[in-house]
Design a protein around this ligand. Structure first.
Ligand code: HEC
Length: 250
């Protein structure tokens, strides 16, 4: 993953803050910042799992040392490199600290829950790819903090592999009308104060584009079965491959 949602968010924020910011705009800016911090933490953890695919799939090695603690430590380090600040710090807003902590705990729990399978000798491909890890982390986060926030990785409808990751009506509309539009500035984040169910929600969509490493599974020829057993989507370098969708309930 080689994009920088935080700097893009700054561009985006400047674009919508024309003139003196109103109170609503200032609070939306804080919500956007929190959502992007959650997205960067998820991306950082997923990148650790991506970088360790060869190790995870090595049938000759038992204990791979990829404990929850280890993965979280490496994700935290990458988070600091990307944002210039640690995910948690003293004096941080309590709600933000709570949500970041819930995501950190979810990362640790998913690694520890899958340790037996990751450390199994004699089996090569284990299906523990970054997307699966990310989905499990988001499901765990939902069980911890779902009344306050939700994180989901979705994709344009035609690309979705796992039904659980299908975009909802709002996500589908944002993807087709904005993120896939030729006029959409590549990498720009979409956010909006809206409603889900009958609750007010601040929703953020962080686009992710295919890089070279994604195409072994999501590339060409379309229909050819990849190592995970799914047919490839025929995606090309730079295509919109997915979206991190974050919902914050104020
Ligand atoms: C080793 C094969 C493989 C590689 C490489 C890979 N993916 Fe996937 N991807 C999968 C599988 C398998 C799923 C379904 C995961 C699940 O069960 O939730 C998936 C799911 C996804 C999803 C969630 C939506 C859905 O279709 O269920 C997105 C978004 C995604 N991949 C994007 C990417 C991007 C971007 C890259 C490169 C950074 C990438 N993938 C690299 C195999 C791969």
């Amino acid at each position: 993953m080689s994009f920088k949602p935080v700097s893009l968010a700054i561009i985006f924020t400047i674009a919508f803050l024309t003139g003196a910011p109103t109170k609503a705009e200032v609070s939306q800016e804080a919500e956007l910042d929190l959502a992007l911090r959650l997205a960067v933490l998820l991306q950082s953890a997923r990148a650790v799992i991506g970088a360790e695919q060869a190790l995870i799939n090595d049938p000759a090695i038992g204990d791979k040392g990829l404990t929850g603690k280890e993965v979280l430590a490496r994700a935290t380090k990458a988070f600091v490199e990307k944002t210039g600040a640690p995910p948690l710090s003293d004096g941080m807003d309590a709600r933000e600290a709570d949500l970041i902590s819930a995501l950190m705990a979810s990362i640790t729990e998913v690694m520890d829950a899958n340790a037996a399978s990751i450390n199994r000798e004699g089996i090569a491909f284990k299906g523990f790819v970054p997307a699966v890890f990310g989905r499990l982390v988001n499901e765990t986060f939902l069980s911890k903090a779902g009344d306050r926030a939700e994180i989901k990785v979705t994709a344009p409808m035609s690309l979705v592999r796992n039904r659980k990751s299908r975009p909802d009506a709002w996500e589908d509309q944002v993807i087709t009308e904005y993120l896939l539009s030729p006029e959409w500035q590549k990498g720009a984040v979409y956010s909006s104060l809206t409603e889900t169910g009958d609750r007010e929600a601040f929703r953020v969509m962080v686009p992710e584009y295919y890089t070279e490493g994604c195409l072994a599974c999501h590339g060409s020829p379309a229909g050819e079965v990849d190592v995970t057993g799914y047919p490839k989507e025929g995606g090309a370098l730079g295509d919109l491959g997915g979206v991190i969708s974050i919902t914050l309930y104020p």
